[in-house]
Design a protein around this ligand. Structure first.
Ligand code: SAJ
Length: 406
C-alpha cells in the first residue's frame, strides 16, 4: 500500500494515477473537508481529465483519510513555501509530515519526498530529524527524493509522458521505487543521488524563469522604441539555435516564481543572473500598470473603476491563482491606494479579490479599458465582444487594429 501525504496540486493527481494503475492507495491530508469531498467524488480544483481519473481511482478502491497509514511506502507532497524575508525554504510541512510518518511506519519503509525542496534540504533538515527520533537511515528508513515535472493544465498527460528523476541513498531502493512509478509513467526515469535530484529540479524551473525574463526584457526595450517584440521574437526563433519565450504580465504559479529564490537565498554571492531574472519578472506587473496609466492619459480616463483586468489565474485555462501576475498587480495598486479596478476570471469562481465580477458581460459593461492578463480560451472565443474597448493585450492574442501591447 502507498500512503500519499498532501492531496494538493501534485499529491492528488499522483495518488489517483497510482490507484488507476492498480496500486492500493490511501491519500492522507489534514484537511477533513477535503478528505470528505474526495471520498464523495468532489475535486478541489479544475484540471483536464482529473474528474475521469478520480472516478477510475475510486472504482479501483482508493481511499482518503486524515490518518497516516502503517505501511512500507510513503510519498510526501506537502507544500514547501519560502520565507519572504530570507528567501529560504521553510521545511515545516515536510518535517511535520515526516514525524507523523515516523510515528506509524513499518521498519524499512521508503519515504519519498515529492515536494520541491531547495538543494541540501534533505541533508540539512530531513536526515537530522530522522536521526533525532532514533531511527537509522538505510535500515529503519530509506530516503528518496522524486520531484515531479507536471504542468497545471496538462497534468494527467505529463504524469504519464514526462521523464522523471528519483534521488536515492541506495541505488537498489531507487530502482525499486522507479519500478513503482513505472506503473503509470511511460517515460525514462533516471535514478541518481538525492542532492542531484534536488538541484536538477530547481535548476529546471530557474532555467525557465531566466528565459522568460529575457523575453520580458525584450518587451520593455521594444516598447520603449516602438518595435514589435512578437515579430522580432518570431523572426529570431527561425534561427536554428534560438528559442526565445513569450513575454507576459509577469510570472506566477508556485514553482517558477519561487524555486529560483531557493538558490538566491542559499548562494547570494553567486546568483547574479538568477536574481536579475527574478527582478525582471517581478517588475512586469509594474510595467503593465505603467501601460494602463499611458492608455488612461491618452483617452482622458480618470476613473480607475473604468479599467477591467481579465484573468486572475496565473496562466491560461487553469483556476490556480497562486502568485498570479494579476494578484501581484493588485497588490501594487493597493500600495498606491488605487482601489476599484474591476476583475473577471471565468475559471476563478470563488471571490478572491474586491470588485471581482461574476458575469463577463456585466464586467464589460462597466469598463472602458480592458487589460488581458491571461490568455484563457474563453477570451479568445469572445474577442468580438471586446472590440469596442481600449484593449491592452499582454498575452498577444488579439489581432484586431488599435490594440495596445505590453
Ligand atoms: N510564462 C511566460 N512566458 C512564457 C511561458 C510562461 O510569461 O513563455 C509565464 C506563465 O504565464 C506563468 C508562469 O510563466 O505565469 C509559469 O508558467 P509555466 O507554464 O511556464 O509553468 P508552471 O509554473 O505552470 O509549471 C512549471 C513547469 N516547469 C518548467 O517548465 C521548467 C512544470 O514542468 C513544473 O512541474 C512546475 O513548474 C513545478 O511544479 O515545478
Amino acid at each position: 500500500m502507498i500512503n500519499i501525504i498532501g492531496l494538493g496540486y501534485i499529491g492528488l493527481p499522483t495518488a489517483l494515477m497510482f490507484a488507476k494503475s492498480g496500486e492500493v492507495v490511501v491519500g492522507t491530508d489534514y484537511n477533513t473537508d477535503l478528505v470528505n469531498s474526495l471520498e464523495k467524488g468532489i475535486l478541489p480544483f479544475e484540471e483536464e481529465g482529473l474528474e475521469e481519473l478520480h472516478q477510475k481511482a475510486l472504482n479501483n478502491g482508493i481511499t482518503f483519510s486524515t490518518e497516516y497509514q502503517k505501511t512500507h511506502t510513503y510519498i510526501l507532497a506537502v507544500p514547501t513555501p519560502y520565507i519572504k524575508e530570507s528567501k529560504k525554504l521553510d521545511p515545516k510541512y515536510v518535517i511535520s509530515a515526516l514525524n507523523s510518518v515516523l510515528d506509524v511506519c513499518d521498519k524499512g519503509a521508503s519515504v519519498i519526498i515529492e515536494s520541491t525542496v531547495s538543494p541540501g534540504t534533505v541533508d540539512k533538515y530531513v536526515r537530522p530529524e530522522i536521526e533525532r527520533r532514533g531511527y537509522v537511515i538505510g535500515e529503519d528508513i530509506h530516503l528518496l527524493h522524486a520531484p515531479e515535472r507536471i504542468i497545471p493544465g496538462n497534468m494527467i498527460y505529463e504524469l504519464e509522458h514526462n521523464s522523471r528523476t528519483i534521488g536515492a541513498d541506495n541505488i537498489e531502493i531507487g530502482e525499486k521505487i522507479k519500478g513503482l512509478y513505472l506503473n503509470f509513467c511511460k517515460a525514462d526515469i533516471v535514478v541518481t543521488d538525492i542532492r542531484s535530484a534536488e538541484m536538477s529540479k530547481v535548476v529546471e524551473n530557474t532555467f525557465r524563469d531566466i528565459n522568460i525574463a529575457f523575453a520580458n526584457e525584450l518587451a520593455k526595450i521594444c516598447q520603449m522604441d516602438n518595435m514589435d517584440v512578437y515579430e522580432i521574437i518570431r523572426i529570431a526563433n527561425m534561427h536554428p539555435r534560438v528559442n526565445i519565450m513569450q513575454p507576459g504580465p509577469g510570472v506566477g504559479g508556485h514553482c517558477i516564481s519561487v524555486d529560483p529564490w531557493f538558490l538566491v537565498g542559499d548562494y547570494p554571492d553567486l546568483t547574479n543572473l538568477i536574481l536579475t531574472a527574478r527582478k525582471i519578472n517581478d517588475s512586469m506587473p509594474k510595467h503593465v500598470l505603467g501601460r494602463i496609466r499611458d492608455i488612461m492619459r491618452e483617452h482622458n480616463i480618470k476613473d480607475i473603476s473604468k479599467v477591467g483586468l481579465y484573468g486572475l489565474a496565473y496562466k491560461e485555462d487553469v483556476d490556480d491563482t497562486r502568485e498570479s501576475p494579476t494578484l501581484q498587480l493588485l497588490e501594487r495598486m493597493d500600495e498606491h491606494l488605487a482601489f476599484g479596478v474591476k476583475v473577471f476570471d471565468p475559471h476563478v469562481k470563488n471571490s478572491v479579490v474586491d470588485y471581482q465580477s461574476a458575469n463577463f458581460e456585466e464586467f464589460l459593461n462597466e469598463i472602458e479599458i480592458l487589460v488581458i492578463m491571461v490568455g484563457h480560451n474563453h477570451i479568445k472565443e469572445n474577442l468580438n465582444l471586446i472590440k469596442s474597448k481600449h484593449v491592452l493585450d499582454t498575452k498577444n492574442i488579439c489581432t484586431f487594429e488599435g490594440v495596445y501591447k505590453l
